[in-house]
Design a protein around this ligand. Structure first.
Ligand code: SF4
Ligand code: F3S
Length: 106
């Protein structure tokens, strides 16, 4: 499965959802999650993210491991998203800021 990680928080560009052939992205207030049981590992979303926030599960950086469980948990409770929308208003300012997990809203 693929995993959405730290740099999506407070950016949420949503380019990723447009290319997913199985529509397995789920939307929270300021983050998206991939449902691990639905992702077919096509890898199409990874290069689409302007924030480079998406990784294959086995390539998730050491300091972002908790996002693996978070994607699974949040994809169960958030609504599906399959159409691109505008990024969050201050996405550009937050793109690249480290350790944004503390800002993740549920
Ligand atoms: Fe969707 Fe493919 Fe990305 Fe999985 S790897 S979330 S199936 S686009
Ligand atoms: Fe997030 Fe990147 Fe998608 S910022 S919403 S994972 S395009």
């Amino acid at each position: 499965t693929f995993v959405v990680t730290d740099n999506c928080v407070k950016c949420k560009y949503t380019d990723c959802v447009e290319v997913c052939p199985v529509d397995c992205f789920y939307e929270g207030p300021n983050f998206l999650a991939i449902h691990p049981d639905e992702c077919i590992d096509c890898a199409l979303c990874e290069p689409e993210c302007p924030a480079a926030a998406i990784y294959a599960e086995d390539e998730v950086p050491e300091d972002m491991q908790e996002y693996i469980e978070l994607n699974a948990e949040l994809a169960e409770v958030w609504p599906n998203i399959s159409e691109k929308k505008d990024p969050l208003p201050d996405a550009e300012e937050w793109d690249g800021v480290a350790d944004k997990l503390q800002y993740l809203e549920r």
